[in-house]
Design a protein around this ligand. Structure first.
Ligand SMILES: [Zn+2]
Length: 329
């Protein structure tokens, strides 16, 4: 796509809205973990290289879970060993337990996401233990992280809806986040794992968390899946409540093993174009990001899940300035 077509996605900065937003690209972890076809370590590193080239500074590179459960990420150590090639980028990894913590730290990862579900049933299905057992593990991991100066983010899955329990109330989410905050003041990533959330739920939850736990917006991140096309609307709800950190995957890769047919995360390229258009700074070059998305899409077992790359392939995104001029004259 020529540069001038992408200009349509950039708007004159609106001064009051001109703030920077942190994009955490989770393609190598969330995007790939459910893909049935193996992706080589080398291809993962090329994908990371393309994401870095676009200006992305925060990448969730892998997950230290048992290879039996997530064979796609069995090369967590091998991927981690090469991340020194990308200075200036903050890499994180997901961990479910102490073993994952030890492996990740041994592999040199200094930013970790400990995962726990807001829904107890999902926690049992996904992690094979109760929510309270996960929180006990978080306490243990937290102590080690403090000792090792490792930065933790707590990723809460099924914050708004659970495939087994249905809608998760804002009060239930508050209770889960409160339990973790009693253990440590880690930042919380609120994940809409099956993509069922609506913007009003996002607003209600964020208002409640800020009021009851005195959380600053900077202590929160949002992680939306786009199963029903609501991720950008939910992003807007998050932005309005002051959240400035959002997860996404290139080409919208990903899914949920407990939600057959569920699509992946919001596509990073769609999110960046959306933020650019509203005057937020992301520091990401959309043209280069589309190159990364194009590369990422080859690892998906499903058709492309985002919007921007499809529009590019179809030659959409409007008429170029030159053509428009010719038409007028
Ligand atoms: Zn996810």
């Amino acid at each position: 796509m020529p540069d001038e077509q992408l200009v349509l996605h950039r708007r004159q900065k609106v001064p009051s809205m001109s703030e920077s937003v942190r994009i955490v690209d989770v393609t190598p972890r969330d995007g790939l973990q459910n893909e049935p076809n193996p992706v080589s370590t080398q291809d993962k590193l090329v994908l990371i290289q393309k994401l870095v080239a676009s200006g992305i500074k925060h990448i969730q590179a892998t997950s230290f879970v048992h290879p039996k459960w997530v064979p796609q990420l069995a090369d967590a150590e091998a991927v981690s060993a090469q991340l020194h090639r990308f200075p200036g980028v903050q890499f994180s990894a997901l961990i479910p337990n102490l073993r994952g913590y030890e492996r990740a730290v041994a592999a040199g990862i200094r930013h970790l996401e400990f995962v726990v579900a807001a829904s107890d049933t999902f926690n049992r299905k996904n992690l094979n233990r109760s929510k309270s057992e996960s929180l006990q593990l978080l306490a243990d991991v937290g102590k080690k992280a403090e000792r090792d100066s490792v930065v933790l983010r707590v990723g809460f899955s099924t914050c708004f809806h659970c495939p087994f329990e249905g809608r998760i109330s804002a009060r239930a989410l508050l209770s889960a986040v409160r339990s973790s905050r009693e253990l440590g003041t880690w930042r919380a990533a609120l994940c809409d794992t099956d993509g069922m959330a609506f913007p009003d739920q996002i607003t209600e939850a964020l208002v409640l968390l800020k009021e009851e736990l005195k959380l600053a917006p900077g202590e929160l991140a949002l992680h939306f899946h786009d199963t029903y096309g609501r991720a950008l609307a939910n992003t807007l709800a998050g932005l309005k409540e002051g959240v400035r950190e959002f997860d996404a995957t290139a080409a919208g890769l990903g899914g949920c093993p407990y939600c057959p047919g569920a699509s992946g995360n919001v596509a990073t390229e769609d999110l960046v174009a959306f933020l650019d258009g509203m005057g937020y700074e992301t520091g990401i070059d959309l043209e280069k990001l589309l190159d990364a998305a194009q590369f990422a899409s080859r690892f998906s077992s499903r058709p492309y899940q985002g919007h921007l790359l499809r529009a590019k392939r179809a030659g959409a995104c409007g008429v170029t300035p030159t053509a428009a001029k010719a038409e007028v004259s």
